[in-house]
Design a binder for this molecule. Structure first.
Ligand code: SAM
Length: 251
């Protein structure tokens, strides 16, 4: 378990960093930070052992490690893990980030049962041949006070963008594809598997439709971020957002 250590980011660096990311990415990162902070306050303030399953090149892992958490990225791609290790070294965070090759089915053998405080599973469930089994594999490594941060791409915006680009046949196939996930299906999967869904947020519901030119000018980014946050828990916006985020705990 990681000890507590001061956050490494400083204010000025953070705002530069935020401007280089999309509003949706910033909203997601802020959401995860606040949910982790809530989790920490429930468990007496200690930092978390985080597993980022399918964490890829470590876009989230480096930020979480910089906040004091210990992060293990499990991903089947050796190239992604090599990029993650380079990033961790550049950020001087190699002591706090571990890269392990594997997939959801390997979690238990790699990490051991009930070993983990928080599992981050972002934009991975939709690639699994059996998402139910994937959720069971994740549940197996979480301890009883643990939490799951789950981000899934939704089929509705994919269907719309394929149709708007003129590919109606593709849009129809996507709509008919029973493997495509959305807010309702994921919520059902979680509840049927006994998870408690604590929060649901749409990600990018508005900001992903706003052209970059509308963000030029003082406070424009901040204002759009505020709007993104304000609509994110509305069920209608959450249903049509490109991604939907769930915070769930083992039931
Ligand atoms: C779209 S990327 C998402 C990366 C990162 N989580 C993010 O949100 O930016 C999907 C990732 O899932 C990984 N992946 C694919 N199949 C997987 C599986 N069965 N178990 C775990 N990860 C998997 C891929 O290697 C890739 O890094």
């Amino acid at each position: 378990m990681a000890g507590r250590r001061p956050a490494r980011r400083r204010g000025g660096q953070m705002s530069e960093h935020r401007r280089s990311r999309s509003v949706a990415q910033t909203f997601l990162t802020d959401l995860l930070e606040s949910q982790l902070a809530e989790w920490q306050s429930r468990v007496g303030g200690r930092s978390a052992s985080v597993v980022d399953i399918g964490g890829g090149t470590g876009g989230l892992a480096v930020g979480l490690a910089a906040q004091g958490h210990t992060v293990t990225v499990v991903d089947p791609s050796p190239d992604a893990l090599a990029a993650l290790q380079r990033r961790a070294a550049e950020a001087d965070l190699t002591d706090y980030i571990t890269a392990l090759q594997g997939d959801t089915g390997d979690l238990s053998s790699l990490l051991g049962p009930s070993s983990t405080d928080v599992v981050v599973c972002h934009r991975v469930l939709e690639y699994l041949p059996d998402p139910r089994q994937g959720l069971a594999d994740i549940a197996g490594v979480l301890h009883e006070q643990g939490a799951l941060s789950l981000l899934v791409a939704q089929r509705h915006p994919v269907v719309v963008s394929q149709a708007v680009s003129g590919d109606f046949a593709h849009a129809r196939r996507t709509w008919a594809d029973a493997r495509m996930l959305d807010r309702t299906r994921v919520q059902r999967l979680l509840e049927e598997a006994g998870w408690d869904v604590r929060a649901v947020h749409g990600i990018g519901a508005i900001s992903e439709h706003v052209p970059e030119r509308h963000l030029e000018g003082p406070d424009r980014y901040r204002e759009l971020l505020a709007l993104e946050r304000e609509v994110s828990e509305d069920p209608a916006f959450a249903s049509v957002a490109p991604w939907v985020h769930f915070l769930a705990t083992p039931g």
